[in-house]
Design a protein. Sequence first.
Length: 301
Amino acid sequence: MTFNQLRAFLAVAETQALRAAARRLNVSQPAVSKAMRELERQLDVCLFERHANGVVLTDYGHAFRRRASLLIEEMRRTHEEMDAIRHGTEQSLSIAVSSAIALSVLPVAFEAFRQAMPRSQVHFSEGVMPMALAQLRDGSVDFVATHVLPGMVSEEFEVTHLFSTPVAVCARKGHPLARTRRLKKLVDAHWLAPGYAEENGDVLRQLFSQHGLPVPAQAVRCQSFTVALGLLSQTDTLSVLAEPMVRGTLNAQGIVALPLQDRMPVVAGIVVTRKGAVLSRSAQLFVQCLRDADAQRTHPR
């Protein structure tokens, strides 16, 4: 299959019409129809159902759409990397980063990367799970740097471990429960469930169930770190965040860790890549910078 076939397929999938796809690509409608017939013949499946008002993706079409997007991105990155080598320039990089990574190892890693590749363009997005994995799956990002509970990343991805850290229950300074020492006294509190929980209350379920306690009923899932910070600092909600974040950067924002005596779950800081994917030189370097930054943090000279 060719780049033009993939591009035509994605245009048809997005517009749901051969004529509209042809206009978008600035080619003739027969050319788009021919590309679709050739693609279906090569794959030996029916990608579309044709109707009077346009086309609709079949199950094969939906599955192939995900693959086609990834193939297009890989082709683009391949051409970009070849051009970078040819002209002595540096390749752009797209990374999804979670809040715990952003507030711990990312600043040092980014500074080291920028010194090594000063002309490389880096685009960061918020690495909220599971959306970040969807971005990785379709090729929108080169890799994901995030913090997760055990078992959250499936075997379809490759994982590089950076660090492990316990979580902390946190609240605003002056919160009525800020000095609470036992988890059982927090069951009826208002909670924000962190965005890296795949299901509402996932991390809270692990936290409370491991101590034989019921999961708080008043828990709101919050996938935005900015929203969580605003609510935590100005309302009487509680949440669970990586301990270094709470005791470091967030403490200056008026967020404190509760002095709980109960054992806390552990989250892992990891780098996630597509299994079998060949990272670009810039991506490989940034991953190494993250690992070096964590080594400096945990074993300072």
